[in-house]
Structure formats: C-alpha cells, structure tokens
Design a binder for this molecule. Structure first.
Ligand code: AMP
Ligand code: MN
Ligand code: MN
Ligand code: MN
Length: 289
C-alpha cells in the first residue's frame, strides 16, 4: 500500500520571526517525511531563494509563499492574515508592496522602542535588529529581547504585560486592505488563502460573510487545518470552505522556538495535512494565468 503523503503550508523562518533558517526548516521537513513545505514568512520573500536551493539540495518540494497582515473594516477593525502560495517571489509589484510594509514596520519600531525605554527597559533598535537578523522586525523579536534581558519570564509574559494589542508599549502598524493583499498575491501568480479564521474576534457566520466578500477580490482558499483548531473548529471551517467553494489549505504556523509547542508538520502533535491540498492549489495557480 502506498504511504500517505503530507505537507505543511504555513511556516516561518529566520527571515521573519521564526528561529529556523530556511535550510534548517527544509532539513526538518525532510526528516519528518513531509512531501512538500511552503515557506510563508511575514511581509518578505527574501527567504525563498535559500529555501528553494535547500529544497533542491535535500530533495524536497518547496512552495514559495508569504503571509500578509491586513486591516478588515466591518463594524470594527480586525487584523486578518492572508497567506499566498505558489507566488512568483520575483514579481516586482509584490516586491514594492512588501518594501512599503517593511518601511511602515520601521517607523512603528522606532516608536515602540521609545515607549519601552520610557517604561524603563534598556533596549535599543540595534539590539532588536540583531535579534531579528533579517529585515522584518516583529513583536516576536521584542518578546525575545525582553526575555533575554531578564525583563520578563517568557514571551507570553512580554505580550500579556507590554506588547500585546492594546498594552502599554503596543503600537499599531498601518496595514494593507485585504483586497490589496489578495490582488497582489494573485497578480504575482499566487493563490490567496484566508489564514487561521478562528484567531479573529469573529463567529463562523461572520467569517463566512468575510470570506465570501474576499472571494470577489480573488480569494481562493482557506486554512481548514491549523495547529490550534479543535475538532469542531476544523469541522466548521471545512463547512465554510465547502459552502463557498474555497480550496482547502492548512499549516502549522511553525515559528521554531518563537512559538513553543508548535511543531513543523504536526502542530501540537496530531495535525496531518494531506498532500492533495498542494495539488489542488497548484492547479488553481495555473488556471489563473
Ligand atoms: P507584529 O507583526 O510585529 O505585530 O507581530 C506579530 C507577531 O508576534 C505574530 O506573527 C506572532 O509571531 C507574534 N505574537 C503575536 N501575539 C503573540 C502572543 N500572544 N504570544 C506570542 N507571540 C505572539
Ligand atoms: Mn509570527
Ligand atoms: Mn498569522
Ligand atoms: Mn503565520
């Protein structure tokens, strides 16, 4: 009997706020026998070339991806994440869009560092940059630095006390509109996927309404499998996918040591994402162009 093949379509490397380099991640994916893995760093495609060459070297299929945060305004404003798969990471429009996002992160970072300094924490922008390594400095890096300097016990502590949404040192960053992220991904040959819909402050009815709206801009899929889903949540999101005709996607949202307890491919242990998802999504990426 042929062995079942699995994938992971949502992962982060050191190029954003993961702790595995692309090659380390690919080696790990190979070790756990995934048949393909997507690299979906926040706001950057800079890790993709390394990931693709590591994929060739170690004999693993690598799917170029991205994760972009957006602001969705309905009755209130909610941060909604869009994953792009099978993108052309050399697409110029996408690159210039991402450049703008990185610049807005920079201006936010200067304010956040100042706020933390005012709270009495001796941290500098240069230290943050060295923790982050790459161009994307996210709150995960602030959390690590605060832990390293002994100001908080762990990353969770950092978020719940200082840098979580609405906390003292939190600074909102300006985000794209969902339609702009979806269109940029689609224009770059990619397939736009609604990420982890259970993580928003919305019920399933609201998620469905939003997803239907996003389909008008080109949304093609939704994460029906995700590390933190309960059995019931997986069932509900799958139902939304079926009702709307959205493709199935799924991933662990692996961040290495920056998300404790979430493992590549298997999430908290029981996640298994069928390789068939890759084939359907790839087909859709070819249809569009
Ligand atoms: P940013 O994009 O800079 O606003 O930072 C968001 C990142 O911080 C996410 O991608 C997660 O990796 C991380 N993050 C957000 N909330 C938490 C939390 N409560 N605990 C740990 N990490 C978090
Ligand atoms: Mn992250
Ligand atoms: Mn996300
Ligand atoms: Mn993610």
């Amino acid at each position: 009997m042929e062995e079942r093949k699995y994938t992971d379509l949502h992962t982060h490397t050191t190029f954003s706020d993961g702790t595995f380099t692309p090659e380390e991640l690919i080696i790990k994916a190979k070790e756990i026998k995934l048949a393909a893995v997507a690299i979906t760093d926040h706001d950057t495609v800079d890790g993709i070339p390394d990931a693709l060459s590591a994929g060739e070297k170690h004999g693993l299929r690598v799917i170029p991806g991205i994760e972009i945060a957006t602001h969705y305004t309905d009755k209130k404003e909610t941060e909604i994440h869009i994953v792009g798969l099978f993108i052309d990471h050399k697409n110029e429009k996408l690159s210039s869009l991402l450049k703008g996002i990185i610049e807005s992160r920079e201006s936010r970072n200067l304010i956040m560092v100042k706020k933390l300094n005012e709270l009495g924490f001796n941290i500098s922008y240069d230290e943050l940059k060295s923790v982050a390594g790459g161009k994307v400095i996210s709150r995960a890096h602030y959390a690590r630095l605060l832990v390293e300097k002994g100001y908080v016990h762990d990353m969770h502590d950092a978020f719940s006390k200082y840098i979580g949404d609405g906390k003292k040192a939190f600074v909102k960053r300006s985000l794209l509109k969902p339609e702009d992220a979806i269109k940029a991904i689609t224009d770059a040959g990619g397939v736009a996927i609604l990420a982890h819909p259970t993580l928003y402050d919305m019920n399933f009815r609201q998620v469905k309404k939003m997803a239907a709206e996003f389909m008008e801009y080109g949304l093609k899929g939704i994460e029906i499998m995700y590390s933190t889903y309960t059995y019931e949540q997986e069932h509900e999101v799958t139902r939304i996918a079926n009702d709307l005709g959205l493709l199935y996607s799924g991933g662990s949202d692996f961040h290495g040591a920056n998300k404790k307890g979430i493992h590549l491919g298997v999430g908290k242990g029981s996640l298994r994402i069928p390789y068939e998802f890759v084939e359907k999504i790839e087909e859709a990426s070819k249809k569009g162009h």
